[in-house]
Design a protein around this ligand. Structure first.
Ligand code: 4AZ
Length: 277
């Protein structure tokens, strides 16, 4: 059983079960002052491309059913992590989830501002492999458009923003402490794009953890640890130079200096998903 140890499990319910399985995810992060891990609160109105994925049926209503993040890349197109739509996360198949929605432009998940838009169709990256988390990306088509200015540009293959050391920001409503403290307001943390060699050293694919695959993944973090994505942030954006470069995918724990967060490499994987508006 190697996957459960590093497997992203973006829900409070799932966190409870994984905590029982694995000491790794319950380990205290290096710095747990605020979200995401080591980040600070931001106003959604200034980051309109970040959306929450929601199902109150599956996840309850206290935080509007938020269970993952997503990113607006066109008025009716939202990119998220494929694993967010798995049976492991949803507890059922995605087609059985009647109230799958995207929440855009809401400052606080406990409030009612912004837009709640039903998801019409779901397309997984054809190369997505749940066993390895390779190509962990999905595109959702919305039943109604959000304003065009909500969308963020996406990085291309070989984009300069993938250069190691590039400052980047990760956004989400996920765990702010590494021990299941879910946020109702959006948070952001500053990290740096890490060299593939660092990512590969952190995740060699041992019995204890997953394997870094540079063709479809990238990793980002802070050399001292303390700033990272965590449970509940999956599917959300990593942004550098004004472009979407990564989607929160997996990692070993949260905010550990020796375990940067792993992201889907958007420039490689997004073009593999057919464009059907
Ligand atoms: C998750 O479970 C998750 N520290 C996301 C990111 C990271 C770990 C777990 C990276 O959604």
């Amino acid at each position: 059983m190697r996957r459960p140890i590093i497997r992203p499990l973006p829900t409070a319910l799932a966190l409870a079960s994984v905590a029982a399985l694995t000491p790794l995810v319950t380990q205290a992060p290096a710095a747990a002052d605020s979200v995401i891990i080591g980040g600070s609160a931001v106003r959604s109105s200034e980051i309109p491309w970040v959306v929450a994925l929601s199902s109150r049926d599956r996840f309850g209503g206290t935080r509007a059913g938020q269970f993952c993040g997503g990113v607006v890349v066109a008025p009716t197109q939202v990119v998220t992590a494929a694993h967010c739509l798995s049976r492991e996360v949803l507890g059922t198949t995605v087609s059985e989830v009647r109230d799958l929605r995207v929440i855009a432009g809401r400052e606080d998940l406990r409030g009612s501002g912004g837009h709640e838009i039903p998801v019409r169709t779901v397309r997984l990256a054809p190369g997505y492999d749940p066993a390895t988390s390779s190509a962990d990306l999905a595109v959702l088509t919305l039943a109604a458009a959000v304003p065009a200015h909500y969308a963020i540009a996406t990085a291309r293959r070989g984009d300069a923003a993938y250069r190691p050391g590039t400052p980047a920001t990760v956004y989400g409503w996920g765990d702010t402490t590494g021990v299941g403290t879910y946020s109702s307001t959006l948070h952001a943390a500053r990290v740096q794009v890490q060299p593939d060699a660092v990512c590969a050293r952190a995740y060699p694919g041992s019995v204890m953890g997953g394997r870094y695959m540079p063709a479809t993944m990238m990793c980002a973090g802070d050399a001292r640890g303390g700033r990272d994505a965590c449970q509940g942030d999956s599917g959300g954006p990593l942004v550098a130079q004004g472009r979407l470069i990564g989607i929160v995918s997996w990692g070993s724990g949260c905010g550990r200096a020796d375990a940067p967060g792993v992201y889907t490499r958007v420039g490689e994987v997004l073009p593999t998903v057919a464009d059907r508006h």
